[in-house]
Design a protein around this ligand. Structure first.
Ligand SMILES: NC(=O)c1ccc[n+]([C@@H]2O[C@H](COP(=O)([O-])OP(=O)(O)OC[C@H]3O[C@@H](n4cnc5c(N)ncnc54)[C@H](O)[C@@H]3O)[C@@H](O)[C@H]2O)c1
Ligand SMILES: [Zn+2]
Length: 355
């Protein structure tokens, strides 16, 4: 079991049988009641393994919502508040968020607002949840089909990452989480990158090790700048162009997961890093190769590139025709607020399409 310390809470990586069961023993005394929030898929796949490890089900009020991003709404939050009230939750109750990023984003939002804020913890079950969503304190629901429009910063009391839960996670969600893990290595840690660049995601057995690296990186950056006034922006590497592809696919009903879109963004933005910040050619080649080894090609017609850049324009304010990007000068050395012009973005997408 490893412990990674946030300014406000601890993140435990290892089997729940260890630290979580100690936490639970204390929680039974310290809180008036415990509630477990989950979604319908995690309920089916992970609740019984959770109970085998922790014997928790006798102690908690269970609240389950329908799985899927389309349910990350204020209506679901209202449904959860209603259930909490029916089950007599009070200011001294604890909410345990057990699921992927949907559940930690939604559960954190629900807890932070219920009776002006009750404690919550996260037990992530998806790779995105473990590597990204359960740490850093961003909570939100979507609104009118725009992502994460209503929300607030609220930190959990603890995060418990047990990678055994990944065994039931469908492959496409593993791949999606892996995009964020690759990103974390590129913005912070050459040693971690060397581990990643030699491994195919299908062959990873030691997820604890990968998550230790990745979570430490996100946690370190968040600790330095929780509210994203500066340094936290480097976590957006790969996301400016990645988000544009994600939106493009979503609007046309084409299947493209968040992490896959970020993988495209990582290649294009590494190309920008090469042309604008002198990221070495051999580093660009290595990044391109590693990403393409793990992610299927997403093809669009070259004529569509202006449509993608148009989405970036809508997403980001341009300052005298230039856009702000987070890029890397070398692997492990990020730079934020780099100004990038239209032509360079176009070339970087062409690079992705031809790589
Ligand atoms: N707060 C943040 O900093 C942050 C960061 C990244 C992503 N997010 C948010 O996280 C969400 C995406 O995360 P996600 O991919 O985990 O979404 P998710 O929670 O919807 O999980 C993806 C799917 O996997 C299922 N699932 C989860 N764990 C499983 C398991 N162990 N076995 C079988 N099925 C399982 C879920 O039911 C769901 O169908 C988005 O809403 C995104 O906005 C937040
Ligand atoms: Zn992301």
């Amino acid at each position: 079991m490893s412990i990674i310390e946030n300014n406000d809470y601890n993140i435990y990586i290892g089997s729940l049988e260890d630290d979580f069961n100690d936490f639970l023993k204390k929680a039974r005394n310290n809180y008036s009641s415990l509630f477990l929030l989950t979604d319908s898929n995690v309920y089916k796949k992970c609740l019984s393994p959770l109970n085998k490890k922790t014997n928790i089900l006798g102690d908690v009020g269970l609240i389950s919502i329908e799985a899927g991003e389309k349910n990350k709404t204020i209506e679901s939050a209202i449904e959860i508040w209603q259930k909490l009230l029916e089950k007599n939750a009070d200011k001294k109750s604890l909410l345990i968020n057990f699921g992927g990023g949907l559940i930690s984003d939604m559960g954190g939002f629900v807890a932070a607002n219920f009776k002006r804020g009750i404690d919550f913890i996260n037990i992530p079950t998806s790779l995105i949840g473990m590597a990204d969503a359960s740490i850093g304190g961003k909570t939100a629901v979507d609104f009118k089909s725009y992502k994460n429009q209503i929300g607030l910063f609220a930190n959990p009391k603890a995060v418990f990452i047990d990678t055994d839960f990944l065994s039931s996670l469908p492959k496409e969600h593993i791949i999606s989480g892996y995009g964020e893990i690759i990103k974390s290595a590129l913005i912070d840690d050459l040693d971690f990158w060397n581990l990643i660049s030699n491994e195919n995601v299908d062959d990873i057995k030691n997820w604890d090790l990968f998550l230790k690296f990745s979570v430490s990186i996100k946690n370190k950056i968040v600790n330095q700048d929780q509210f994203e006034s500066g340094k936290r922006k480097i976590l957006n590497f790969g996301h400016t162009i990645g988000h544009a592809f994600e939106t493009y696919a979503l609007e046309r009903n084409i299947e493209l997961s968040h992490g896959h879109a970020i993988a495209i963004g990582i290649i294009a933005e590494s190309y920008l890093s090469h042309t604008l910040l002198n990221l070495k050619k051999n580093e660009l080649n290595q990044i391109t190769e590693t990403v393409m080894m793990n992610f299927a090609r997403f093809s669009i017609d070259k004529k569509t590139i202006p449509t993608i850049i148009e989405i970036i324009k809508q997403d980001k304010k341009s300052i005298s025709g230039k856009f702000n990007f987070s890029l890397i000068e070398r692997i492990g050395q990020p730079l934020f607020d780099v100004k990038v012009d239209y032509k360079s973005i176009q070339k970087s997408i062409e690079y992705y399409l031809n790589c």
